[in-house]
Ligand binder design. Structure first.
Ligand code: SAM
Ligand code: SF4
Length: 362
């Protein structure tokens, strides 16, 4: 097949692809391909932000009035995103997470998910959602083969939920949690830990793992809230503080092995059905095994959460580049990847900031 041939050609040209099965030199399926960056790290996971818009206004993500929303023509179309995913899957991406903004506020998202689900070699599609409008769509997600969803939930208290998100939507999020579990879709709950806001929720959230088969992951707050920021200040609730707090409540908290490429440090409580994780998003303890790339809603490639955007894919596509040329640009960017988030941040020093996780694709 034509796609397989250019994959081999680019391997020879850029030394970015490695063949796992070197005896057959086979590119028959994408699982045979390992896409490596210039530091020898595998890249197999794309986080694709389909919109910057959202129906919540979480303090840590965006201001009350929202962001300077992108216009529709600024966004990658579903056709452009499908084409990009097709090229990336041929290069070795096996998993795509749909995120945003809130992915379900983009019109016809289900149409796009159907298009993606038809990509033969894509092994896994997942979603990150705030769950406000997701519950009625869960049966269709299940039919599409979606096996796991990340659900953002920073508190179990309705008043605090309102303070954090500026919307009174906790009951709808809980309906989504129920619907996902009832449909046997694996759930990871994401909770950003913020001094003065939800630290009283740490224990109740972790306690969810007692009866529910969910992973509850506590995330260090990053300064990507749509305002001017600096990442120089370590959050008070860093991974150590979070762990100390959990251990003070449960000395029996047991460290368990982290799956390959995991960004979370994982723990378990005896006889609990679920697990507890801590994501050191600010401290960046996971760069050494980082397997992920991001594409922003306006089609910029980020090979690190902390970089400034290293390739304007949308513009290249709209200039009429064919798939081979597009793949060559992508591989070149993977070959220039920063080694750590610290290095990426240093490289963008002096450039304007003001990013939100909704435009980065959390
Ligand atoms: N709207 C969806 C949601 O909230 O799940 C998807 C997009 S949201 C940007 C993705 C994840 O980023 C959420 O779990 C959210 O908690 C996290 N996030 C947003 N801003 C953050 C920040 N400043 N620091 C750490 N995590 C953040
Ligand atoms: Fe919206 Fe998600 Fe950002 Fe909250 S974290 S404002 S739900 S995009």
């Amino acid at each position: 097949m034509r796609g397989e041939k250019w994959a081999v050609d680019l391997t020879e040209q850029l030394l970015t692809l490695a063949v796992v099965d070197s005896t057959t030199n086979s590119f028959q399926t994408s699982s045979d391909i390992v896409l490596l960056d210039n530091h020898g790290r595998a890249i197999n996971y794309l986080r694709l932000a389909v919109t910057d818009r959202c129906n919540l206004r979480c303090h840590y993500c965006m201001p009350e009035h929202g962001l300077n929303w992108l216009s529709r023509s600024d966004l990658l179309s579903y056709e452009e995103m499908t084409r990009l995913c097709t090229v990336l899957v041929r290069l070795g991406i096996t998993k795509v997470r749909i995120t945003g903004g809130e992915p379900f506020v983009r019109k016809d998202l289900m149409r796009f998910l159907h298009m993606l689900s038809e990509l033969e070699r894509l092994q896994e599609i997942t979603l990150t959602t705030n769950g406000v409008t997701t519950a009625p769509l869960v049966p269709e997600l299940k039919k599409l083969g979606i096996r796991s969803v990340n659900l953002s939930l920073d508190t179990l208290d309705r008043e605090r939920f309102f303070q954090i998100t500026r919307r009174d939507d906790l009951p709808r999020v809980m309906q989504t949690l129920d619907a996902l579990l009832n449909h046997d879709i694996a759930v990871k709950i994401n909770a950003v830990v913020m001094e003065g806001q939800n630290t009283d929720d740490l224990i109740p959230l972790a306690q969810l793992t007692r009866r529910l088969p969910v992973d509850v992951r506590f995330i260090e707050e990053m300064p990507f809230n749509g305002g001017d920021h600096t990442t120089a200040v370590r959050p008070l609730w860093d991974h150590r503080h979070i762990l100390d707090t959990l251990r003070a409540e449960w000395p029996e908290l047991e460290k368990i092995p982290d799956p390959p490429f995991s960004t979370s440090m994982n723990y378990r409580l005896p006889e609990h059905l679920g697990k507890v994780g801590i994501i050191a998003a600010w401290s960046r303890t996971f760069c050494g095994t980082c397997n992920r790339i991001r594409v922003t809603p306006e089609g910029a490639l980020k090979t690190c959460l902390y970089d400034h955007g290293v390739l304007q894919i949308r513009d290249l596509m709209r200039q009429g580049l064919d798939d081979e040329a597009l793949a060559a640009h992508l591989l070149d960017a993977f070959n220039r990847r920063h080694k750590t988030g610290w290095e990426a941040e240093e490289a963008r020093r002096g450039l304007p900031v003001g990013e939100s996780m909704a435009t980065i694709g959390g």
